[in-house]
Design a protein around this ligand. Structure first.
Ligand code: DX5
Ligand code: ZN
Length: 221
């Protein structure tokens, strides 16, 4: 069984004090930094792009987990093939989604993820299950941090876990949106092993408690 890992979403951090936030992430020993890339097309919001991602990844030295909430093309995706970026995840529902993009990401020696929104059935990932390194189950509608987890998404996590077991795929099952101290245990019990945490990490001052809880869960696993 894979270790449970934590990927704080930098989108929820204090950008005025970004350096301090990054130093703290290093100190806490987080596994990844999660980068929420939004294009005001696939989602109704704009975040930041490759330039800022590159600088944060370089300064922090922490492996990067890029979550592309954008309409897709090889050209756009190629801008995120950056140093210290380990995972690039694309949305099944995005315009331009194709196996070619998955292959392109892999050919750049990155791990590739496929993400589904709360309304998308889990079966959507099955045709890609043998070629991806990660399945991301969105637990909120993508676009904004600070939302509450949608309860019906928890059974989707269990269903994806069943699919991964059935196909013998020991890959990441990532959850993203409204993850906090109160639901981490449930999500992990449902099969999640990569936790994206935004507001609960940066805004509610729970970072240490979250890291301790995950350490504990890894011990009793
Ligand atoms: C939502 C993003 C999430 C979000 C996480 O579109 O993909 O990564 O920023 O933030 P919280 O944990 O606050 O929901
Ligand atoms: Zn995200």
């Amino acid at each position: 069984m894979r270790k449970i890992k934590v990927a704080p979403s930098i989108f929820a951090s204090d950008f005025i004090n970004l350096k301090r936030e990054l130093d703290r992430l290093k100190q806490l020993g987080v596994d990844y930094i999660h980068y929420d890339i939004m294009d005001n097309n696939f989602v109704p919001n704009i975040s930041f792009g490759p330039l800022i991602t590159e600088q944060i990844a370089k300064y922090s030295g922490i492996p990067g987990d890029v979550h592309l909430m954008i309409s897709l093309s090889i050209e756009k995706v190629s801008r995120f093939m950056l140093e210290n970026i380990e995972i690039v995840t694309i949305h099944y529902e995005a315009d331009g989604f194709s196996k070619d993009i998955i292959d392109f990401i892999k050919s750049n020696n990155k791990k590739v993820g496929i993400s589904i929104k709360p309304q998308t059935p889990v079966e959507a990932v099955v045709p890609f299950i043998d070629i991806v390194d990660l399945v991301l189950v969105m637990t909120v509608e993508p676009g904004f941090s600070g939302q509450s987890l949608i309860p019906s998404t928890i059974s989707k996590v269990s269903k994806v876990r069943e699919i991964l077991d059935k196909y013998n795929r020991d890959i990441y099952l990532e959850v993203d949106g409204g993850v906090n101290l109160d639901n981490v245990q449930t999500l992990v019990n449902s099969g999640a092993n990569l936790l994206v945490i935004g507001s609960a990490f940066f805004k509610n001052n729970n970072s240490e408690m979250i890291m301790d809880l995950v350490k504990h869960l890894n011990k009793i696993k």
